[in-house]
Design a protein around this ligand. Structure first.
Ligand SMILES: [Zn+2]
Length: 288
């Protein structure tokens, strides 16, 4: 099984996770820029984070045999903090970088006017930079948030096939399926969507325009949920080719619209002493 995880926050994960993901078939991923848990207080905190996503984390993933890409944006939650919103002015410079394959995560958290403005402005950036957009739907008031999301996308002029609407469930999937946008599902350990509910949705909606991700981050989550969904699909009678559509060909098609995916084969972990800015992923044994 080859896997492209289209949404996983590796900055928050360990080297054990990278090794387990590689062993399970993960060969490429996308790490969306997001909230860190601890609120940011300045634009500099964003730029150091963005630099890490296009620099250090990309290097770190490659050391474990995984191609790393990212999306860049002001996340919905911090769009409400006036100390953070000036980051919108520095986004254009990041949206030109190799390895940046979409604008995201954008969208709604609490559906405030500030979020509305940051969302619309960043959809415009996606248009200007010829990039897809990864849109997060709110965890509360999901149905209204999803409707408002689809309205804003329509108003933006960004072609709907360049938009993935993420964190969907049984109550929100129909509207997105009918809109022509890509349908993203985050598979979590306890709440929200799990792999068996996902399989039921795949039976109902088919595999086209469906993206399955682990959305693993600093909270309780599981970076192997993509693999577990693939196994649940096979158990339910889907073919290997169906699994490949959902876990590989679909995310490659969606993010491939950026023209910036790197999908050549890498060896797994080789304990190489390669460095990035003087840092390697080795500890001890000749390393500093
Ligand atoms: Zn996320």
């Amino acid at each position: 099984m080859r896997i492209f995880d289209p949404h996983v926050h590796m900055t928050s994960r360990t080297t054990d996770d990278y090794e387990a993901m590689r062993a399970a078939g993960v060969r490429a991923l996308v790490e969306p820029a997001f909230w860190l848990g601890q609120p940011r207080t300045s634009v500099g905190s964003f730029t150091d984070y963005f630099d890490a996503l296009i620099g250090w984390e990309r290097f770190r993933a490659a050391q474990f045999g995984i191609r790393h890409h990212c999306t860049i944006a002001l996340n919905p939650k911090e769009a409400n903090d006036p100390r953070c919103t000036p980051v919108l002015d520095v986004l254009p410079r990041y949206l030109e970088k190799d390895g940046v394959v979409a604008v995201g995560e954008i969208g709604f958290d609490s559906m405030t006017p500030e979020e509305d403005e940051a969302f619309a402005r960043q959809l415009q950036l996606a248009v200007e930079h010829d990039l897809p957009a990864l849109v997060h739907t709110p965890h509360r008031d999901k149905a209204a948030g999803t409707r408002r999301t689809l309205d804003l996308v329509k108003e933006s002029g960004l072609p709907v096939e360049r938009v993935a609407v993420d964190h969907l469930n049984e109550t929100t999937v129909r509207a997105v399926a009918d809109s022509g946008a890509w349908m993203g599902f985050s598979i979590y350990p306890d709440t929200k969507m799990d792999e068996h509910r996902m399989v039921a949705l795949l039976k109902e909606y088919g595999t086209e325009r469906v993206l399955v991700n682990s959305a693993a981050d600093w909270g309780r989550s599981d970076p192997l949920k993509t693999h577990k969904t693939g196994l649940a699909m096979l158990e339910a009678g889907f073919s290997e080719s169906d699994v490949d559509d959902v876990l590989w060909r679909n995310p490659v098609e969606f993010y491939g619209q950026s023209g910036r995916l790197l999908l050549d084969d890498l060896p797994g972990f080789t304990a190489s002493s390669d460095t990035f800015s003087g840092n390697s992923v080795l500890r001890g044994g000749g390393d500093r």
